[in-house]
Design a protein around this ligand. Sequence first.
Ligand SMILES: [Zn+2]
Length: 338
Amino acid sequence: MKATVYEGNKTFSVIDKEIKAPGNEEVRIKVAYSGVCGTDVHIYHGMMDKRVNIPVTIGHEMSGTIDALGDDVSGFEIGEKVVVRPLDDRGVKPSDKGFNHICEDLKFIGIDSPGSMQQYWNVPAFTLHKLKAETDLKLAALIEPLSVAVHDVRLSELQSSETAVVLGGGPIGLLVAMVAKETGANVIVSEVNENRIAKAKELGLNAVNPMKIDLVEYVKEQTEGRRADVVFEVAGVQPALDVMTEVAGIRGRILMVAIHGQKKEIDLFKFFWKELKLIGARVYEKEDYEKAIDLITKNELPFEEMITDVQPLSNIQKVFENIDNNPDGMKVLMDCQA
Ligand SMILES: [Zn+2]
């Protein structure tokens, strides 16, 4: 079988590898599609070389079918469509208070252990979520990032009568906006890249460029001065941190979705003045996966438009180089059987 390997130094190789039998309590998945995540790009840039075990196969946004069952696996059948929730929480302790998805000893499959950018992938059976027979496997590769969005919106407690501002219109930002809009809320996406704004509009979203308009004034106009009830910070840059406390109204909730690798400056006075709340959100829980699976299976939102490129595994090096050179793209999928 074909497998891709991250070798360090912005280099991937594609190797021929023996197909392994699944171990105890594992299944072997025939991977259909594996999406490229921002984290994968981070790994490619060498930012996580200390964490990943080079040489390593990465990837965690996937869909596939069950190809073989290891010993002591029940409830699954060969040929069933599945996705993996790539959280290995086997190290969970009572002190994690039942929040397995962010437990202290959490291992992320596809970063801390081999991932899905290969033809066949052995994973623990407890990570699987079943799909319906009719679920489109290409769209199903979006379930993992969509689950992030579902989790963020759930933790925000966004109500249909409220206004949400999404700072950052990349793949996760637009998925957050789509899920937020699905609740019935008024949603405004703030993004500086004109091509991404065009993409957001294509998805039926209201998107504006804060370099061209005054975002705070715009949101005030839209809300009779109330400003945003919920702000999703998905951009990860200082201007977004500067505006999030301005654009949030009284008792606004700010969801920290972006991963900030360094300490940043935030206007804490605004938290006092407007009684703001800052809410951290990381990955997803089982129920978020089930909701995302439901959304993808119903396919009533324009998920198809989120996929801007599909490439065979053999092109992996080019795929990552292109992502660096093209900041307009959305989701790129690797077709793992092509
Ligand atoms: Zn991801």
